[in-house]
Design a protein around this ligand. Structure first.
Ligand code: KG4
Ligand code: ZN
Length: 378
């Protein structure tokens, strides 16, 4: 892959094909008929790029489920110095890593199954939601690859992609009820078919990942707070402190009250122990009590939603789906006869394999090469 090719500005729209209503994308591309999706009748290899936040990732997935190559360059070390993601620095790091992850993905695909760049059926990239400067790097790379290799381009919604992480290496088929929990979102989604998804509940304030990160910061844990809090919680007593569970209508959530309750408790405990640095056992108990309350709320609403809809499958997705206690409580649904799916850790946090899967399965994608990035949920 020639480096300079990635800097070509992908601004024209030579493709402009229509989206069929079936679970298939049909297009005539460079005088060839190309069909993408589970009903296409031949093997699809999709290369995808993800760069919405602090991971630069590239993957190649066969028929939406089989991961042929998967490369992730994480920026955690860089942002840890600042206690959070600095958008401008993140975008610059994506620029440094993008060609490397693409080259590595092509190399992995060659090694695992002799796949060459010309064998790729289509190129996909995350369009949003995310940090605009970051998204631009990955999306323009994906568009450029599609121009260079003369293949269709598919733009993907990051949230839909997280859900599709559950199709990787599994035989999961809709319908199912999904809980999407990430740094920016907390949603219950009714997935009727590969392309028909309805959000039936969401947070009215903080996302659960955001609450984890904020609580972690006020307890004094370094970035990224969520996974560190999870680890300490496993050493603590979940019943040590009774924290409030917000009462919100329907399937909606609220986590800002819980966060404020922890803030008050931390202040009180610091005054009580007369120290800025709380003893480790107290910190562990705080983490366990917060985790218990947050996971209980999520599991309760998800259970209600799946019972009401009458599905027998439940799915969790997004970075926070890596959380040990949330997984445990939701996998407990299996005792009541539900089939529970959760991606392995590597497909919970941001990666490009889920983007490739989404480009294959989901017909609600943005298939024009002139599609623009967007920062917030559309
Ligand atoms: O999906 P993701 O990688 O990025 C977004 O699209 O937001 O999710 C990142 C979020 C962060 O808030 C991070 O703290 C949280 O997922 N997270 C966790 C765990 N692992 C990641 N939160 C709680 N427990 C974990 N084990
Ligand atoms: Zn994400």
């Amino acid at each position: 892959m020639k480096k300079h090719l990635l800097y070509i500005l992908a601004v024209s729209n030579p493709f402009g094909y229509n989206q069929a209503m079936k679970n298939i994308k049909n297009t005539t591309f460079s005088h060839k008929k190309i069909e993408i999706g589970p009903e296409s009748g031949y093997d699809n290899y999709i290369m995808a790029i993800e760069s919405s936040c602090d991971e630069t990732a590239c993957a190649i997935v066969k028929n939406g489920r089989e991961v042929i190559a998967n490369v992730v360059a994480s920026q955690i070390k860089t942002h840890a110095k600042y206690g959070g993601v600095i958008p401008e620095i993140a975008a610059r790091e994506h620029l440094d890593s993008i060609n490397i992850v693409i080259d590595e993905a092509f190399a992995q695909a060659k090694e695992t199954c002799g796949l060459n760049p010309k064998d790729i059926t289509a190129f996909a990239g995350t369009v949003g939601p995310g940090l605009v400067g970051c998204l631009l790097v990955g999306l323009n790379a994906a568009k450029t690859l599609s121009l260079v290799y003369d293949k269709p381009f598919i733009g993907v919604n990051h949230l839909n992609a997280h859900l599709c992480g559950n199709y990787l290496d599994t035989d999961l088929k809709p319908p199912f009820m999904a809980l999407l929990i990430s740094g920016g979102h907390t949603q219950i989604i009714d997935v009727e078919s590969y392309s028909k998804q309805t959000i039936i509940g969401e947070t009215i304030d903080d996302a659960v990942g955001e609450a984890y990160d904020k609580v972690a910061r006020l307890i004094g844990l370094p970035y990224p707070g969520g996974p560190r809090l999870d680890k300490l919680a496993q050493e603590g007593n979940p019943k040590a402190y009774i924290l409030p569970q917000a009462k919100v209508d329907g399937f909606n959530f609220s986590f800002s009250g819980l966060k404020t309750a922890v803030l008050r408790l931390v202040k009180d405990l610091k005054a009580q122990y007369n120290t800025e640095e709380l003893p480790q056992n107290i910190v562990n108990d705080l983490c366990a009590s917060f985790q218990e309350t947050a996971s209980k709320t999520l599991a309760k609403k998800l259970k209600k939603a799946v019972e009401e809809r009458g599905y027998n499958q439940v799915v969790i997705a997004g970075g926070v789906a890596a959380n040990s206690e949330i997984r445990r409580k939701i996998f407990d649904f299996e005792k009541d006869g539900y089939k529970v799916f959760a991606p392995p850790m590597k497909y919970c946090t941001d990666n490009a394999a889920m983007v490739a899967s989404c480009a294959y399965f989901n017909t609600n994608t943005f298939d024009d090469i002139d599609v623009e990035v967007f920062s917030r949920v559309k």
